[in-house]
Design a protein around this ligand. Structure first.
Ligand code: PA5
Length: 427
């Protein structure tokens, strides 16, 4: 499925030297005995998931599609990035779906929230509030405001039917409210953390509402789970990738630039940054993940990548087959000098940009490039890709002795902000 190409890394990656380390970390992942081992539920999720809940997700999505114009997803971090990424990657930036899926709860920007509330005033909308803890400030504020608007439009009884809550099975303020009000609820399992939760109801409900086939998405994840269940770094593509980035990190490359050649994959860069950044960036260690879309950003960050501080390597997602294509037309006057391309597909030009940039960065710029080849972008392949990155991320973090599944640093801003806001101490 996915093929990792390590032939453009400037210095060869000594995979053989990692055989034993990878094998013993793989054992820890399997046996759940490594740091944060209680949060490895996603590694076997495709066998363990609640089949009855999966069918309820499909039913809820159909209901939302029938009754509403907009689904507003309220969530932040792992509670929204996966769904947003999948929907944009697969439906593009100008989707024609009947139901529009929009995102709030991911910001404290008053301008943004006010604009969303204004936009929703004359729309028939449902809310999917997503929070594992049930107490995240950004999400809770947006949810409160959305709820008020909804109740003012349709009354409390109808509003309660239009609210879908994805949260912890038992604990938290959101779970208590959902039970009291009778919202439909979906579960975020105890052993799966936010950024590893895209295959749970967190991702599945919004993705299904956007008209995408979540059975194929799960099948992609399942196949990745089976194929990447292999301790051999020489033949496990996710581990190959993890080792390559680890080796480059140890060789003074502290920034990873994740590159795609499709504008609609920009959110994949956001998901990627969260997954690796929040998983690995601890104890003053870890690679800083960044992302760029080429050729767009070749006209901005491209300058830095080519000739700036030599601190980075690139990881390129090469989607081999485009979702759509256009043919460049012929113009009799040829004033723009483009007739040399007439009859050619735009995807062909994009591929040549990829090949030319690869040579410019690798050969002229000495910048290591890892290439991840994916046959195409559809539900199945995206499911596969998400799992590939999750598995690679766990291996990467363990290679530097980091717990991939906690985020202690995130609490520090919250503590300071709550003090300034005068939040009462939890009893
Ligand atoms: O990956 C994570 O764990 C975080 O990014 C969380 O998903 C994010 O902080 C949202 O948390 P919650 O779902 O509890 O609102």
């Amino acid at each position: 499925m996915i093929k990792v190409d390590l032939s453009h890394t400037v210095t060869p990656i000594p995979l053989e030297a990692y055989i034993q380390d990878v094998k013993s970390i793989d054992k820890k992942i399997k046996e759940r005995t490594g740091l944060g081992g209680d949060f490895l539920g996603w590694t076997t999720w495709f066998k363990d998931y609640d089949k009855e809940e999966f069918e309820r997700i499909i039913k809820a999505a159909e209901e939302i599609q029938e009754k509403y114009e907009v689904l507003v997803v309220a969530g932040i971090g792992g509670s929204y990035l996966g769904a947003r990424c999948a929907i944009e990657a697969l439906n593009g930036l100008f989707p024609t779906n009947k139901v529009k899926v929009i995102f709030v709860g991911n910001t404290l920007s008053s301008s943004y929230v006010a604009q969303v509330l204004e936009y929703l005033k004359d729309k028939k909308f449902a809310i999917n509030v997503i929070s594992k803890s049930g107490t995240t400030t950004e999400t809770s504020i947006s949810f409160r405001l959305l709820k008020e608007l909804l109740i003012s439009k349709v009354g409390e009884e109808e509003a309660n039917k239009a609210i879908f809550a994805t949260t912890d099975k038992k604990r938290g303020a959101l779970k208590q409210e959902a039970d009291a009000k009778g919202y439909q609820t979906f579960v975020i399992p105890d052993d799966i953390g936010g950024r590893y939760s895209v295959f749970t109801a967190v991702g599945l409900l919004p993705i299904a509402v956007a008209g995408l086939d979540i059975r194929k998405f799960m099948q992609g994840g399942y196949d990745a789970m089976v194929e990447l269940d292999n301790p051999d770094v020489l033949s496990n593509e996710a581990y190959k990738y993890a080792v390559a980035r680890h080796y480059l990190y140890n060789n003074n490359k502290s920034v990873e630039m994740f590159i795609t050649y499709e504008l609609q994959l920009a959110q994949l860069g956001e998901w990627f940054k969260q997954l690796f950044g929040e998983s690995e960036g601890k104890d003053h260690k870890g690679i800083l993940p960044d992302s760029a879309t080429f050729s767009t950003d070749l006209h901005s960050l491209g300058q830095f990548i080519q000739e700036g501080s030599p601190i980075l390597f690139e990881t390129i997602l090469n989607v081999e087959e485009p979702q759509n294509d256009v043919t460049i037309t012929k113009d009799d006057n040829d004033l723009d000098g483009l007739n040399y391309l007439s009859g050619k597909k735009l995807s062909y030009v994009n591929k040549k940009a990829f090949e030319g940039t690869l040579a410019a960065h690798e050969v002229d710029g000495n910048i290591p490039n890892i290439i991840i080849n994916l046959p195409k972008m559809d539900e199945y392949n995206l499911g596969y890709l998400f799992f590939f990155f999750m598995k690679a991320c766990a291996m990467s973090a363990y290679l530097i002795d980091i717990n991939p599944f906690n985020q202690p640093g995130v609490e520090i801003y919250k503590k300071r902000m709550f003090k300034l806001l005068g939040k009462p101490q939890a009893k």
